[in-house]
Design a binder for this molecule. Sequence first.
Ligand code: HEM
Length: 227
Amino acid sequence: MSNIPKGQVHFLLLKIHSLTGLVPIGLFLTLHLLINSLRTVGVLPYQWSIDAINNLPFLIWIEVFFIYIPLLFHSFMGFYIAWSGEKNAIRYRYPRNWMYVLQRLTGAVVFVFLIYHLGTTVAPKLWYGHHLFEAAPFLIDIMNQEFSTWTGRIIYLVGILSVTFHFANGLWGFCVSWGIIVGPRAQRNAGIVFLLFGGALTVLGVATVLEFSLHPVDVEPSFEGAS
Ligand code: HEM
């Protein structure tokens, strides 16, 4: 490591930061919003999806290595970039620079949202030891309570809007910085595609919030005593 020039380490860290935003974090987010939106189909499909996840072998290790470590790396590296970077938008009044400012801002909002979100879902689940088939009724009960207040709904709507913007705009930045989209026309067209993709993810998230808020339903464990 000591033989590698400092500039190359910095470059490598930036590339890993960019890559982790796409895989595994972006992939997880897309699946997470899709799976949660099963709630709009009915409470049972949603419960079964939580059952399936919570009955995976080595779940905690899958979560640590594929979600929490990449998420922590991406967040702290993101804060470092935002803190050490140029404040372009103040110097050049150009829409892309404003997008970059929004990218940093939404990153910080998502980080705070995640502390709240994990603190009210995964943390109590682990703390009270609700594993396997006991996890779904416990988590669905928490969701019903959170979405019963305007504060809860607004926190989730802000979290969802921030994360879908951050991900869609981040995908555009990823494609530009990795040389996937080069010319101005390709970049404009890709911008439209990612806007539509971000919009679709937002619709999934907002529909889930609406469904939980309008039709809260309690559930029993799918298999009594199976845990
Ligand atoms: C309608 C919106 C959402 C709902 C209903 C929801 C629901 C849940 C639930 C129930 C869990 C616990 C899963 C379990 O332990 O089995 C969870 C975990 C998680 N959520 Fe969300 N979520 C929503 C939005 C988001 C957003 C916008 C993000 C990204 C910023 C996010 C990121 C996470 C992460 C990282 C975990 C931990 C995953 C794990 O440890 O398996 N969620 N969510």
